[in-house]
Design a protein around this ligand. Sequence first.
Ligand code: FEO
Length: 171
Amino acid sequence: MLNNKIQDAINAQINAEFYSAYLYLSMSAHFESAGLPGIANWFRVQFQEEQAHATIFMNYVHQRGGRVTLAAIDAVPTSWESAAEAFKDTLEHEQKVTALINGIYALAIEENDYATRDRLNWFVNEQVEEEDNCRQLIDKLALVGDNGMGLYMIDRELATRTYVAPSALAE
Ligand code: FEO
């Protein structure tokens, strides 16, 4: 059985994951309208990943005999000056998410909740990967700068990203 402090923290994290999903869906819609369908695709896959993250936490709460309570999702921004700005915002957002995951991890240590620590290890690694992917894209976009052909090539590359359900979803 989950203790209330851990349950509350995970429920807050479920909300944060859905906020992330909503944010990336908004970015996807923005870039679809801005004539960059590959970047729109990349953010649509990111949206799907965030929904999976929320679902993994929901499954975990249920596995531990807890109760999921879904709260309202805050409004998200709806436009960005450039792809570079959107990826910079994404990295900053993911760094905040990493801090939230670390906060629940610290709480799980404090509460001697070893199962939650174990579940969170997957998220700790996922955050390293997400931040790294984002940094690489920021570097690429910085390299092309205002070059339209460079942006076109990056957009084509990001169009190839496909969603793969994380293994943790089946656990
Ligand atoms: Fe669910 Fe992007 O971390």
